[in-house]
Ligand binder design. Structure first.
Ligand SMILES: [Zn+2]
Length: 114
């Protein structure tokens, strides 16, 4: 892949990562805000906030953390020069697909197999 193209995918991935991180920080600020409003923490409130945090963590793990992991791995592949190659069959992933899913490590054919 051309260096220029690679650079534009790198930028896109970093932007995506920043967006996710921003979302995580905003979610956490909401939680922090809730805590401050409540003043004295009652037992009831404490339970509710623990529940909320657990729920949030689970959601993060499912969506954002997976996404962050995939983005980081894609950035690593750019650094090591293997970006744009399918991890299953070793063929080049089409640029159309990378435009749509810049963090993917599978070509269309291999992604469909699962
Ligand atoms: Zn493949």
């Amino acid at each position: 892949m051309e260096a220029k193209k690679l650079e534009s995918f790198r930028k896109k991935l970093i932007e995506m990562r920043n967006e996710i991180l921003k979302g995580i920080i905003e979610d956490n600020q909401e939680l922090i805000g809730l805590k401050e409003e409540s003043g004295q923490i009652s037992e009831e409130y404490d339970m509710a906030s623990t529940l909320l945090e657990t729920e949030m963590k689970e959601q993060l793990e499912e969506n954002d953390l997976n996404m962050l992991k995939e983005i980081n791995e894609a950035l690593n592949r750019i650094n090591s020069g293997t970006y744009g190659k399918c991890s299953e069959c070793g063929e080049e992933i089409s640029e159309d697909r990378l435009d749509f899913l810049p963090f993917t490590n599978k070509c269309e054919k291999c992604a469909k197999k699962r």
